[in-house]
Design a protein around this ligand. Structure first.
Ligand code: UD1
Length: 393
């Protein structure tokens, strides 16, 4: 078998892992079927390094261990991006890939895009064209830089393709391929369905003392909460008001399961809110949980409260009513006005309460936007091979 091209793909943080798993599987399938093969090198920048934030996802999703780990770890944005560029440059110089493939919008995405282009390596971006138009979000800056530099922009929906056209990206670089996250969801949903809610809670609870008698019988019909964005968790007044709403109002109506992100946990403790959260009946804190566990909770939830973009998309496909704790979104296709399951509620409690009450009246209504069909990774590999052929002519 002759290698037709060498592809180096990059992951850094938790939301990248479910996007790379189907891509690697699709490369393997391509190599089984075609005469020529794609040589693939997986690089992990190490931005997320805890077992619960990284290794457990590799294992659960069958991602092979990264060929190269840059070991970047935590730090300020400049530290993370700068260190990643320094280390990734060495790897690119040594490996000389034909393509670097980046996913999503985390610091690894941006840092490796800049480095690849400076090394004259072709760049493909999976999940191109998303725009929140909120320049206070680090992810928006990462998206703009990455898309500006990319040779192949693989979009999850037509709204994203349209964003790129309006920015002047040439038509031949834009390929609408669908949402690769949904490939993972469709491949894994049966495994998730088989999980038991109480087992998930018992195995992942942060504080075993929270599993008291009155919290022991949680079955479908609870609320799930996730929150990690600086705009929600870094300001004590905003975080305090959100905690009051969750503890005093949501937990009065139903159990609330909250897998907690390290940044949120740190700030709850720093702002003196930890005791309240820990002491509220029917609020169960979990450690960061695995992919299947989160999917199972999402399937059983009566309502999701989240600031995560990925969960917004998963709620859309599963039909879980979703209150998105942000004032804007780069994923408008998941909003109710576009047929999805999510409502933007920001972080002002009055607005959240109003949408919360209204949402509790609603039924689960699954919707799969165009090409969110579980076959996005196959299309991506086809586009990559075609782009490689047309560029080498
Ligand atoms: C990053 C992404 C964000 C994504 C999120 C998912 C960027 C700009 N942001 O944000 O888009 O939605 O991941 O989680 O890339 N920490 C640990 N263990 C780890 C990793 C981090 O304890 O394995 C702690 C560190 O104290 C760190 C904090 O979490 O300071 C935040 O991590 P960081 O990588 O800076 O960004 P996230 O907020 O996770």
């Amino acid at each position: 078998m002759v290698n037709e091209m060498k592809v180096m793909s990059v992951v850094g943080a938790r939301p990248n892992f479910m996007k790379i798993a189907p891509f690697i599987r699709a490369i393997d399938a391509h190599n089984r079927n075609a005469n020529a093969g794609i040589e693939h090198v997986l690089v992990h920048t190490g931005q997320h390094y805890d077992d619960k934030m990284s290794k457990s996802f590799f294992q659960a999703l069958g991602i092979p261990e990264a060929d190269i780990n840059l070991g970047i770890g935590s730090g300020s944005h400049a530290e993370q991006v700068g260190q990643t560029m320094i280390e990734f440059e060495k790897v690119v110089r040594q490996e000389r890939p034909d393509w670097v493939v980046v996913v999503g919008d985390v610091n690894a995405t941006c840092a490796c895009s800049i480095t690849a282009k400076k090394e004259h390596v072709k760049l493909a971006h999976i999940e191109a064209g998303l725009r929140s138009r909120d320049m206070t979000m680090p992810e928006e800056i990462n998206r703009l830089v990455t898309d500006r530099l990319s040779d192949l922009l693989l979009t999850p929906d037509e709204l994203s393709s349209e964003n790129l056209r309006k920015e002047g990206v040439p038509e031949e670089k834009i390929k609408f391929v669908g949402n690769i996250m949904i490939d993972t969801l469709e491949a894994q949903r049966h495994k998730a369905e088989a999980l038991n809610i109480m087992t998930i809670i018992k195995q992942n609870c942060l504080l075993p003392q929270q599993i008291t008698d009155n919290r022991q019988q949680i079955t479908d019909g609870f609320a799930v909460m996730t929150m990690h964005r600086p705009s929600n968790v870094d300001d004590p007044d905003i975080l305090g008001a959100l905690v009051d709403f969750l503890c005093n109002e949501v937990c009065r109506d139903m159990p609330l399961i909250w897998p907690i992100h390290p940044r949120a946990e740190g700030n709850l403790k720093k702002f003196g809110l930890w005791d309240k959260v820990v002491g509220t009946d029917y609020l169960v804190l979990l450690n960061p949980i695995g992919y299947h566990e989160m999917l199972r909770l999402n399937m059983g939830a009566r309502i999701m409260l989240t600031d995560s973009g990925g969960l917004q998309e998963e709620c859309c496909v599963l039909g879980t009513p979703c209150l998105t704790l942000r004032w804007n979104t780069e994923r408008p296709v998941t909003l109710k006005e576009h047929g999805g399951a999510s409502v933007l509620v920001g972080n002002a409690v009055d607005k959240i309460r109003q949408a919360y009450i209204q949402t509790l009246e609603e039924e689960r209504r699954p919707v799969s936007p165009e090409l969110w069909d579980g076959k996005t990774a196959e299309r991506i590999v086809r586009e990559l091979v075609a782009a490689g052929e047309s560029m080498s002519q």
